[in-house]
Write a protein that binds this ligand. Sequence first.
Ligand SMILES: NC(=O)N[C@@H](CC(=O)O)C(=O)O
Ligand SMILES: [Zn+2]
Ligand SMILES: [Zn+2]
Length: 378
Amino acid sequence: MIKTLAFPSRPSVSYKSNIGGFKRFKSYGTRMELSIAQPDDWHLHLRDGELLEAVVSHSAKQFGRAIIMPNLRPPVTTTAAAVAYRDTIVKALQGNTDFTPLMTLYLTDKTSPQEIKLARESGAVYGVKLYPAGATTNSQDGVTDLFGKCLPVLEEMVNQDMPLLVHGEVTDPEIDIFDRERVFIDRILKPLIHKLPKLKVVMEHVTTMDAVKFVESCEEGCVAATVTPQHLLLNRNSLFQGGLQPHNYCLPVLKRETHRQAIVAAVTSGNRRFFLGTDSAPHDRLRKECACGCAGVYNSPVALSIYAKVFEEAGALDKLEAFTSFNGPDFYGLPRNTRKLTLKKTPWKVPESYSYASGSLVPMSAGESLEWLPCLPC
Ligand SMILES: NC(=O)N[C@@H](CC(=O)O)C(=O)O
Ligand SMILES: [Zn+2]
Ligand SMILES: [Zn+2]
């Protein structure tokens, strides 16, 4: 027997008692399912070339749409390049038309307001990504001085209702790496929102209670945040447990447990400012397991299982669907997906790695057993 629970957008009051029901069913060996509107991924790295071919189906099998990050080499700085990149992704999808890539532009000191107009007119670009120069993977062409160099562009983004997607860390070497997000909020985000209160901002991959508090304090619909599986599940101990763990290394780096708890509390509270963004960031195994390993966690094969696990452990499965499937499109002004996705509470083993043409990728939670297997109807 398969027990199916569909969550309405407003969860029913009786839901909590169903959790007890879940446990009873489980102990009698009954499988359970959770049916939710198909999720979207509001922060995804698909790369290009062989890596794109290797990873794209993992996202396309589960998510309806994804905001595609532009930090390729060279970066996607123009609308023309974004449209060409979208075509490359569509080709790699090999006829799967159920997945829609939503493109972004990589902001540089030289981006022009005209480029923002073109981006809006193209209908292909949904955000402009701010990488402070040197903050993270492929950010060397990023912004060196946001207020000095980019104000006219930001003003045009307000006119065009184009969201600014932010990697929120300062690059000042004097600032401790664990404090870089907090300091970015004070030095950049607060003044930015003060100057341009109507600019839509997504603080990507939040990692601290400071970011949670900041986002919660801003006007709903203007400032929002994406949250990754790793920053919900892991704290910084996971970087060092039993030896150095390069596959848990990403930027912003994992923080201490109190920060993780604050992020879990925020997303499971039902606050509409927080939504799913995996930041799945594949790097070949050899680029992770080496003397100077790359930052980025490859999590798209496990992301939904981990989000569901975190919400279940917080007793908040009734809030999962809004986080995975409603809050993101609502913020971006896009329709919610009408298709459904089922999460089956059945154990499944995460592969140790995924091979591709010239290498392999190690996913988050490699070799571990997870539950809540995502399945789309055939
Ligand atoms: N998160 C990461 O650690 N890495 C991302 C870049 C980013 O999102 O900052 C990547 O592109 O590899
Ligand atoms: Zn980032
Ligand atoms: Zn990212």
